[in-house]
Design a protein around this ligand. Structure first.
Ligand code: HEC
Length: 396
């Protein structure tokens, strides 16, 4: 080992920063991992045990071992006359009530559980669940993908989509084939709708902003600064203020409930900031490069296409990320202009929250489905994201 005091000093002085950074990572990762784990747990267990218990023994196992295992054995098969792995025996005691009544009756003139006290309601309920598990009446797997299936096809019922389909008791709007992925109530269809809204609503404002920013930087027309000042001012117009006039306009044009209407709306509200940021970025590029291009006889189109666009790629990328995330997570605009006609992810999720208060196992999966693409984009374009946060605040 090679001791280098300067090195040790440096490591020690960086330690607090590292601890803080790791702390933030954990703070962010822990709920995300919890949500992910919960989304893979079957609905039978998700309500009464936290995601961190996934690897713990199943519910009721400890209560069973302490009150019943001494006679019935660890696996429940020790007494041949009362095999607790036999569904026919266990079916008679579906809940704590029946189980406790039976445990209070004497066996051969002696208390059933002998010297061990009869378990209290809570423990008895846990034991009843455990008995159902070992007798295979209800033996949910530790992990399942059924939450994702159910959320994607928009299944709403007491069991799972696969179980209902196997029994032929699926809801009327489902057909148990891949066509169910396009069920209007499902997240699968909503995912496609969201993509259909988000991609044009990201590309359109970016393209227009790039053109406009170029014009503001390199075309010398009258009233340029006044127009730019107006654009900067437009950034403060609250979106809600325009909902009524625009929805009336859309009603006249027949754009309500169409993707085109939403694209135009997001484009309109994305443009002021996009133009502002792009212009500032283009304006900070070295003037000489552009001027020498003009001197060489390059047209505006060539300069835009060959110089301005490639040079402003970092700004375009960070704008793209922000606009994409904004539109992807938007509920208000999608709700007002698309509504239930072409439901997007946020709309479906808000529907689930209100109508499935008790069925939140679907919500965990739905949340992850809607997080997936933004997370991939964020991880893939992280470099640009950080630059985007700093855009305009530092030069060079
Ligand atoms: C002191 C020993 C003892 C303990 C402790 C005990 N049992 Fe039993 N249990 C028996 C015996 C013996 C029988 C068989 C009775 C018979 O022959 O009908 C039995 C029968 C049963 C049966 C079958 C009843 C039927 O309808 O046939 C169930 C269910 C059962 N026990 C559940 C439990 C549970 C749950 C616990 C723990 C809370 C428990 N027992 C604790 C001795 C015990």
């Amino acid at each position: 080992m090679n001791f280098n005091p300067a090195k040790i000093n440096r490591v020690l002085s960086e330690l607090p920063t590292h601890i803080v950074v790791i702390g933030f990572c954990v703070l962010w990762l822990l709920p995300a991992i919890g949500l992910l784990v919960a989304s893979f747990r079957p609905f039978q267990v998700i309500d009464d045990s936290g995601w961190w218990t996934v690897l713990a023994p199943p519910k009721g196992a400890t209560e069973y071992q302490s009150s019943c295992a001494s006679c019935h054995g660890k696996d429940g098969r020790a007494i041949a006359a009362a095999d607790l792995t036999d569904p026919a025996v266990v079916k008679q005691y579906p809940r704590s009530l029946q189980l406790m009544a039976m445990l209070r009756t004497d066996v051969n003139g002696r208390p059933h559980t002998g010297d061990i006290p009869v378990p209290k309601v809570r423990a008895a309920a846990a034991i009843a669940t455990y008995l159902k598990r070992i007798s295979n009446i209800e033996n949910p797997p530790r992990f399942t993908i059924s939450n994702y299936q159910d959320a994607l096809v928009g299944y709403r019922g007491k069991r799972t989509y696969t179980e209902d389909c196997a029994a032929g008791t699926q809801p009327l709007d489902l057909h148990c084939n891949t066509g169910d992925l396009l069920n209007p109530r499902g997240m699968g269809r909503a995912f496609l709708n969201t993509l259909g809204v988000t991609i044009p609503a990201t590309i359109l404002p970016l393209l227009l902003a790039a053109f406009a920013a170029y014009a503001f930087s390199w075309l010398h027309f009258r009233g340029r600064m006044a127009l730019f000042a107006l654009l900067v001012g437009l950034q403060v117009v609250p979106l809600q203020m325009t909902l009524v006039p625009i929805s009336r306009l859309y009603a006249q044009l027949g754009l309500n409930g169409t993707f085109l209407g939403v694209w135009l709306f997001h484009t309109g509200f994305g443009l002021p900031y996009a133009i502002y940021l792009m212009r500032n970025f283009l304006g900070s590029l070295p003037t000489e490069v552009f001027e020498s291009a003009y001197l060489d006889g390059a047209s505006h189109w060539t300069v835009f296409y060959r110089l301005a666009l490639p040079l402003s790629l970092p700004a375009l990328a960070s704008l793209a990320i922000f606009q994409f995330l904004w539109v992807w997570n938007d509920l208000l605009v999608a709700l007002v202009f698309l509504g239930g006609k072409n439901p997007v992810l946020t709309y479906q999720i808000s529907n689930m929250v209100t109508s499935l208060g008790a069925g939140w196992h679907l919500l965990t999966a739905a949340a992850f489905i809607s997080m997936l693409l933004p997370m991939l984009i964020f991880l893939g374009l992280q470099r640009f994201f950080v630059r985007g946060l700093l855009a305009g605040s530092v030069k060079g």
